[in-house]
Design a protein around this ligand. Structure first.
Ligand SMILES: NC(=O)c1ccc[n+]([C@@H]2O[C@H](COP(=O)([O-])OP(=O)(O)OC[C@H]3O[C@@H](n4cnc5c(N)ncnc54)[C@H](OP(=O)(O)O)[C@@H]3O)[C@@H](O)[C@H]2O)c1
Length: 320
């Protein structure tokens, strides 16, 4: 059992990680505007930007700091670049420095969006390929990686992309497809945007494994398989018994998006597979597990973590 301080504990990744691992680890979840209720781990609400990371670490004395908090909405980052830089770039560097001084393992969550998605080569983007961010979000996340490694060269930086159930019910791509398809609405799915997305509980398992192995540096933590967002929508429809014909194949160029997106984010996971010594989950395995968790009531469990009288800070889907 480890004592893990998780920031962004009300977010899609943080809350699913904490809900999943609250029996295995001793968790302290930091939230900001969203107050959690009925969860089986300690929670503390604060704005990290008003919080000295050293004092926070001295107060909670974790073995590991898992930093999931971010401004992760791409369009919000375009609108509020200074806020995006503060939480996505500057704070992670300060947090990493404070963790290193206290010999606390620092884990900083980053993104596949650091690449421009123009040419990922035959085998997908590798960890040492040169990033080229195309949005403010991606720029600030890349600068976050640099600041973290400058301050703590042994920090672990997983680049990720994932889906699952969120408190507001519309944070991730799977929720966009599920909600619309369940209501019988036609939806657009990008046929020319590719990703190696992971179900968030598969991601949580791998992060836990990597922490156990004391991995450091940048890692691509993705599914072994890529697919288009259109194919993902169709597979969600098929799995849940909705009409796959409701998913319309369109180009992202016709999608009316505010910020530019990286279209071809096929990621190479060879380095991670060698470290772990086992296969990484494919798309079907992820979707099967998501389906099982949904039928077992995870959607409601996550939704019920939020106080009913509270306006949830709903970020919306970050990259449709
Ligand atoms: N979702 C994806 O597919 C995806 C893809 C690539 C990378 N990532 C990365 O994965 C990480 C987690 O993403 P997510 O989707 O779980 O994000 P999310 O659902 O948008 O949650 C963001 C979390 O950060 C917290 N937060 C934001 N500003 C804060 C502040 N000033 N002080 C304290 N807490 C603050 C939020 O707290 P409140 O809600 O309580 O205000 C929330 O818990 C991020 O680093 C993101 O860049 C996500």
């Amino acid at each position: 059992m480890k004592r893990i301080l998780v920031t962004g504990a009300s977010g899609l990744l943080g809350l699913n990680f904490c809900t999943f691992f609250c029996q295995k680890h001793q968790l302290i979840g930091i939230t900001n505007r969203t107050k959690l209720k009925g969860v089986l781990f300690q929670t503390v609400a604060c704005d990290l930007l008003n919080e000295d990371p050293g004092e926070m670490l001295d107060r909670f004395k974790p073995d590991v700091a898992l930093h999931c908090a971010a401004l992760a909405n791409i369009d919000e980052c375009e609108k509020f670049p200074e806020k995006a830089a503060a939480i996505n770039s500057i704070y992670p560097g300060r947090f990493a420095s404070a963790a290193r001084k206290r010999d606390i393992k620092f884990v900083h969550i980053s993104t596949d969006a650091v690449f421009d998605g123009e040419d990922c080569g035959e085998s997908g983007y590798k960890e040492d390929d040169t990033p080229n961010p195309v949005s403010r979000y991606a720029e600030t996340k890349l600068q976050g990686e640099i600041n973290v490694l400058d301050n703590d060269p042994e920090a672990l930086i997983p680049r990720v992309n994932f889906y699952g159930w969120s408190t507001g019910g519309s944070r991730s791509l799977v929720e966009f497809f599920y909600n619309n398809l369940a209501a019988g609405n036609q939806v657009n799915g990008f046929r020319d945007v590719f990703f190696n997305t992971l179900y968030v509980h598969e991601l949580a398992d791998i992060l836990d494994e990597m922490i156990g192995l004391n991995a450091g540096g940048i890692w691509h933590v993705f599914s072994a398989e890529h697919q288009s967002k259109y194919a993902f929508g169709v597979s969600v429809a098929e799995k849940f018994g909705f009409d796959p014909g409701l998913v319309r194949a369109v180009s992202w160029k016709d999608g009316g998006l505010t910020a530019r997106r990286s279209p071809n984010l096929i990621m190479n996971t060879d380095k991670l597979q060698t470290l772990l010594g086992h296969e990484l989950p494919g798309q079907q395995k992820c979707l099967d597990r998501f389906y099982q968790d949904t039928t077992a009531g995870l959607r409601e469990q996550i939704r019920n973590c939020v106080c009913p009288n509270q306006e949830r800070n709903e970020n919306g889907n970050q990259d449709r």
